[in-house]
Design a protein around this ligand. Structure first.
Ligand SMILES: C[S@@+](CC[C@H](N)C(=O)[O-])C[C@H]1O[C@@H](n2cnc3c(N)ncnc32)[C@H](O)[C@@H]1O
Length: 333
């Protein structure tokens, strides 16, 4: 299996996999080769963005050679397959200078050759996968070098993806909340109430307000950009840890630069135990804390998430740096 992370976070992914008993046999920026075959890959990993399942390894020197080997693999593995609808065909590359261009060139030649053999099938190929967590069948190529690629017919997507920016968004944090809404498969709806703890300069508040939600933005710092003066945002200069909602909110958003266990014990726990929100997105900064030990705490079945919001997705997002994001909802009372 090939497990892909954000470049620079592969050691954390390796540690996460090791805790599950999966050994890594090769490691490079942004990806790991993991000893795992079969049909039950580890799911719900935090640091893995995607897993190529049961990949084959291809070596060739030229673009044509690579494309030909990939075509052979496709033809061999699709003999009994029907293609009645668009199917994902994705050529990606590791973080190596010029490799993405190489992948794109091989992609073009592969598709041209496929068109000659199976033109209807080739015409249904699309270079997209779902943005939300999913296990998908298609054709997935990942270049690790100019003459080497892994290719798989199945991929497990964990829901991370690059989001589009908004010129009115006051901070790059805006991209994180957009990604978290995507991960959860839900976003604040018109008329819903949102409490945003640690809101300034207002990227998260703005993301909720632009969807028509009513936002209380809690922060001593100033709001900026599209959040400043937004009619749906009320700015309260209060301490996030002391703030108590007058009535339960639809959403808790929390993006405090504070020690993660402190946030977990003094915000996540009371908010979930008292059901002060129905849904939540909380970003935790690792700081000097061991991220893997933090993950163990977050995943403990007897912990606050395990007890109050067991389906919570814990992810290192595409837009996260030294932080991870929790996105979840409470089951009905
Ligand atoms: C990373 S920024 C939040 C960025 C915000 N999510 C956005 O999209 O623009 C963290 C914020 O937490 C605020 N903060 C830290 N501790 C706080 C506390 N105890 N109460 C309220 N705000 C706090 C800081 O003032 C800072 O504005």
């Amino acid at each position: 299996m090939i497990a892909r992370s954000q470049p620079g976070y592969e050691d954390l992914l390796r540690g996460e996999l090791a805790r599950l008993g999966a050994a890594t046999t090769e490691s490079a920026p942004g990806w790991l080769r993991v000893l795992h075959t079969g049909d039950n890959p580890p799911s719900d990993l935090c640091f893995a963005h995607r897993l190529l399942l049961n990949p084959a390894e291809i070596y060739a020197i030229t673009v044509n050679g690579l494309a030909q080997d990939l075509l052979n693999f496709f033809l061999e593995t699709s003999r009994d397959e029907r293609f009645d609808a668009p199917w994902p065909c994705l050529f990606e590359a590791a973080a190596v200078d010029g490799l993405a261009r190489r992948a794109a060139t091989v992609d073009g030649v592969f598709l041209a050759q496929l068109k000659k053999r199976l033109s209807r099938v080739a015409r249904l190929a699309v270079p997209v996968v779902p943005g939300t967590p999913a296990r998908v069948r298609g054709f997935f190529v990942f270049f690790t070098d100019f003459g080497r690629a892994f290719v798989a017919r199945e991929i497990l997507l964990n829901g991370q993806r690059r989001m589009a920016d908004d010129p009115l968004a006051p901070s790059r944090s805006y991209l994180k909340i957009e990604e978290a809404f995507n991960l959860l498969g839900r976003a604040p709806a018109p008329g819903e109430t949102v409490i945003d703890l640690g809101a300034a300069p207002g990227g998260w508040s703005y993301a909720a307000a632009k969807r028509g939600a009513k936002v209380a933005a809690i922060d001593n710092g100033p709001l900026k950009g599209g959040a400043l003066g937004h009619p749906a945002i009320t700015h309260l200069r209060e301490d996030a840890f002391a703030h108590r909602p007058r009535q339960a909110a639809d959403w808790l958003l929390c993006d405090l630069v504070e020690e993660p266990h402190h946030v977990l014990e003094n915000i996540v726990r009371p908010w979930l135990e008292n059901r002060w929100c129905r849904r939540f997105v909380v970003n935790l900064k690792f700081g000097r804390v061991d991220p893997l030990a933090l993950l163990d705490t977050l995943r403990a079945p007897g912990g606050v998430l395990g007890k109050r919001a067991p389906g919570t997705r814990i992810r290192h997002l595409h837009h996260d740096r030294e932080e991870l994001t929790l996105a979840g909802e409470l089951p009905p009372a």
